[in-house]
Design a binder for this molecule. Structure first.
Ligand code: FMN
Length: 456
């Protein structure tokens, strides 16, 4: 069987994910594996049509295409995303159509499910038969039980291909939004007072709805609004995954990204992020923006902001994208609003955009940030454990930040609870005591609120 591995690590062969592929080669010598480092080579692939068609040739002759990638900001990295865009932009879907596909990722299991959902949806849009994904924790391969699990997964994929099994599509084809947005209602403008408003966009004129939407919301604020186009910034490339920033947040790139992030975005109160759907995400330019923010490490990216996502395209059909953006805002410690062009009429969209401006200003004036949901709470625990454990050496800046911001909040550090547990748990071994405690449990659970509510 011929397996083509599309390597999604910007680090090329010297990648954690590729160690898993090396393992497969050793374990299944009866099959041939060929790897193309599409993320690492993306600039050459984009420039050189011959290199791009050579890859398509390899895809055509493969029995299985293995998408093998590291997680980058809940998805694949921008360079890999760009490769997917090239396939669609250059109408090269036919090379992939009908092929079996599978996915392999390595990560710390932070939103691996959204990345896999993306790859599955893209595979299906390419007409591929998607057999399944394997999400390994970075170091799983060092464990015997995990190696066995990985082998089983791979054997089952090979068996499925041998048997030529049929596969059901999970994601229906995308239906584009059909509204041609023509703002025509009188604008309801909001006094933005002293709030600093920035609109960040990747608008390249390709989506007239996007242009019209971001213009509408810009004009909805009475005060000054700075519009920044990601495509006009001095950003030389995607994150390289080198992790050199882990020591003191210094990125190896010396382009304009860090200055833009710290001087333009960080001081803003309101950030409108305007983009359009490109395959099953925003553009790779947007992805590059998120990836490059990794220089800040695993700390809340843009805390305390009001974020307005203004999106052209069928976001409702791409639930993982909404989840990614919501989770990003939640983990940032920001409040997020969404408006898309999935509406019936232009006046309706006018009203939604004007209202978004009002809500952003109201949120900023009130200083309101919603409580963290599972996204930020769960993410915090994953990062905290990593930063105190296997990631501590690399991400020393994170450790210092977590320590100074009291984010090393392990439950073991709560001495009061530890003491109560140490006394009460042994007591529950006494049947009478246990019966009483558990019978009155609901009262025990609300008892602490008396401190705030009194005896009412
Ligand atoms: C910019 C960047 C973003 C990352 N984002 C995520 C993420 O969202 N979720 C996750 O679980 N791991 C994330 N990681 C960790 C990598 O996925 C992980 O280290 C992976 O094993 C690297 O694989 P590679 O060596 O093959 O590139 C990120 C790493 C980098 C450098």
């Amino acid at each position: 069987m011929k397996i083509l591995v599309l390597n999604g690590s910007p680090k090329g062969e010297v990648s954690v994910t590729m160690q898993y592929v090396v393992y497969l080669k050793k374990r299944f010598p009866e099959h041939s594996f060929e790897t193309v480092s599409v993320a690492h080579e993306i600039k050459k692939i984009e420039r050189d049509p011959a290199q791009f068609s050579a890859i398509l040739g390899k895809v055509r002759s493969a029995d299985l295409v293995l998408w093998a990638f590291p997680l980058y900001y809940m998805l694949v990295c921008a360079q890999y995303k760009r490769f997917v865009e090239l396939v669609f932009e250059r109408d090269a879907q036919d090379a992939f159509s009908g092929k079996y596909a599978a996915a392999l990722s390595t990560s710390i299991h932070y939103f691996d499910q959204t990345a896999h959902a993306y790859i599955r949806a893209v595979s299906e849009d390419l007409g591929m038969q998607y057999l399944g994904g394997y999400s390994a924790a970075m170091m799983d391969l060092l464990e015997e039980t995990e190696r066995l699990r990985f082998e089983k997964f791979t054997s089952l994929i090979f068996a499925a291909i041998k048997e030529k099994i049929p596969v059901q599509r999970v994601n229906p084809p995308l239906v584009p939004t059909d509204l041609v947005y023509a703002p025509n209602q009188e604008q309801k403008r909001t006094d933005s007072g002293t709030q600093k408003v920035v609109i960040l966009t990747d608008d390249d004129g390709g989506s007239p709805n996007l242009t019209a939407m971001r213009e509408r919301i810009r004009a909805a604020f009475t005060g000054p609004v700075e519009t920044i186009n990601l495509r006009e910034l001095d950003i030389r490339g995607g994150c390289l995954g080198c992790c050199q920033c882990g020591y003191d947040n210094t990125c190896v790139y010396t382009d304009g990204y860090v200055d833009f992030y710290t001087k333009k975005l960080a001081p803003a109160d309101i950030i409108v992020m305007a983009g359009s759907l490109h395959d099953r995400y925003l553009s790779s330019a947007w992805k590059q923006f998120f990836d490059r923010s990794f220089f800040k490490g695993h700390v809340p990216g843009l805390p305390g902001k009001q974020i307005g996502f203004v999106i052209a395209g069928p976001l409702a059909q791409v639930p993982h994208l909404r989840e990614i953006l919501s989770a990003w805002a939640d983990s940032s410690g920001s409040q997020a609003f969404f408006v898309t062009d999935e509406v019936a009429s232009s006046p309706e969209l006018d009203g939604l955009l004007d209202t978004m401006a009002t809500r952003l200003v109201q949120g900023a004036e009130a200083g309101y940030i919603p409580p963290r949901t599972f996204y930020a709470t769960g993410g915090h625990k994953i990062f905290r454990d990593g930063i105190c454990g296997p990631m501590k050496l690399v991400f020393q800046a994170d450790y210092r930040y977590y320590k100074s911001h009291r984010m090393l909040d392990f439950p073991q550090a709560d001495l009061k609870t530890r003491l109560a547990n140490a006394i009460l748990i042994p007591l529950t071994r006494i049947p009478g005591f246990r019966k009483k405690v558990f019978a009155d449990m609901k009262y025990h659970m609300v008892a602490p609120f008396k401190a705030v509510l009194g005896d009412s």
